[in-house]
Design a binder for this molecule. Structure first.
Ligand code: ADP
Length: 158
């Protein structure tokens, strides 16, 4: 039987509990989930390097069965082809996410009509959470317990 492989792409700078929730909830829907850390981000210099983000995600997943992490650059559909995936998983927080996610899903399908995007809605308690916001709060000295996995908090404390 063909393996159902999904890719969950993002910048994950840093990985937060909203991301982790999506990973855990999409895992049973597929045979394998590849968390894919984007290299060519337009979001500017990151808090962590791409290599550190991959390491942190790997550490946090702690050998979670059927989930692995990789980084990629270039087009997502090319990366998907390379890993044999046909599904893109994305999280939806609010209406504001919808427009850009909708555009991206349509573009990816135009680039490769075999690729489908599946959206999981955020858990209520994480629906306001974004890497940008949590980064800002952390850098201003705010408490990020409960928003970031312990592995990320430990790295930040170093
Ligand atoms: P962020 O938007 O937090 O900077 P990314 O750009 O790395 O994170 O997003 C990767 C994916 O995770 C996107 O599909 C995004 O919508 C989703 N996502 C981000 N934050 C949350 C959240 N709090 N709950 C659910 N999904 C989320």
């Amino acid at each position: 039987m063909t393996q159902r492989i999904a890719v969950y792409p993002g910048s994950f700078d840093p990985l937060h509990n909203g991301h982790l929730d999506i990973i855990q909830r999409c895992r049973p829907l597929f045979d394998e989930v590849v968390v894919a850390v984007l290299r060519n981000t337009s979001k500017g210099k990151g808090l962590f390097s791409v290599e550190e983000r991959v390491e942190i995600i790997d550490e946090t997943l702690n050998d979670l069965d059927g989930v692995r992490v990789e980084s990629f650059s270039g087009l997502l559909v090319h990366f998907m082809e390379a890993v044999g995936a046909r599904t893109i998983v994305r999280g939806l927080r609010a209406v504001s996410d919808f427009e850009s996610e909708f555009q991206m899903a349509l573009m990816n399908r135009r680039l490769d009509s075999r690729m489908e995007t599946v959206f999981l809605t955020s858990r209520e308690e994480f629906s306001y959470l974004s890497s940008r916001l949590v980064k800002e709060v952390y850098l201003l000295g705010g408490d990020c317990q409960g928003l970031l996995p312990p592995q990320v908090l430990r790295r930040l404390a170093r």
